[in-house]
Design a protein around this ligand. Sequence first.
Ligand code: ZN
Length: 397
Amino acid sequence: MALAAGPETQQGKLVISNLGVVLSGMLEAPILEADTIVAEHGRITAIGRRADCDTEGARVSIDAHGCALAPGLIDSHVHPVFGDWTPRQNQINWIDAFMHGGVTSMVSAGEVHLPGRPRDIVGVKALAITAQRAFSNFRPGGVKLHAGAPVIEKGMEEHDFAELAQAGVTLLGEVGLGTVKAGYEAKTMVAWARKYGMQSTIHTGGPSVPGSGYIDADTVLEADADIIGHINGGHTALPLRQIRCLCEGCSRGIEIVHNGNELAALSAFRYARELNQMQRVILGTDSPAGSGVQPLGILRMIALLSALGEAPAEIVFACATGNTARLRKLDAGIIETGRAADFVLMDRAQHSAGTDLLDSVRQGDLPGIGMVIIDGIVRCGRSRNTPPAERVPEILP
Ligand SMILES: [Zn+2]
């Protein structure tokens, strides 16, 4: 199967029928009453029972053979550089490998691994604009990588944020990875970014690698970034009482990552549930990183949080899709008409102890992916990375 590298969209109609469970990506109604989804020109146009959907004239018809469908997974925290290469662990095709793990969108938390990354203000801005352009034009495996996330440095002024926004930059990379580490300094720049429509994420916890910094709960609260980046540390976590303070003390996004502290991950997840704040929980890998690059990282987080966090799998899938889309202002992540036709089709992995897909995840197993679709285009069939799914969808001739 040819891999799309550009931002193209399926022209004409896509019909997926014979679906088993349809996960919506929405906490309030995580499972939809549907066995058919129709998309036109890369956008969802109908969801329901086959008899109620207009399935005539499909350019591509897929028989799901009873597989489950979820919105494409969103990795809220990645560190890309350029193309489908990462110098962090010197790997190529890592983004395409994530697509085989069900990830259809990624959000950059800063292009910080670029060898020789510029730290002067004009260089910081130039890199952010270049990364934003490059990943808009190039989609490894079809994955939508929202990049161009400058790491703020001392000396930046309001006009710098205005210029970045004017140039199409919509994100700030992790606050704390540059020279701005104090809460009061970060607060001013985060507010400037917000004023110009740019979203922000703050590094939380101990330094990730030599050269990065320590950010405690008081600093996170003072800076008031939109997303509490890796609340479970990346990898060194804050004391659990500080993580509790972050969940209780603000309403910002609670980002839990794969490359963090797993006890802290489960604790943050439980605090959010106790506080009835699940709509704030989003998932990321924080990769590539020192602890690696995980194509199945988001699936592993879903299985971990469902099994050990004792939450229904469909709720954790919603954290990894609709929650992230809402907090990150992406038009994917939810199965509703008008949204991007980004889907992952899955089934119980072969020989899982679980009785079906959701039960297998609840028991800690990874699902088997049978197909990934982005903007209505089939990007892969049976995943080369997940355990084999019991059933896989079929493109009808
Ligand atoms: Zn970090």
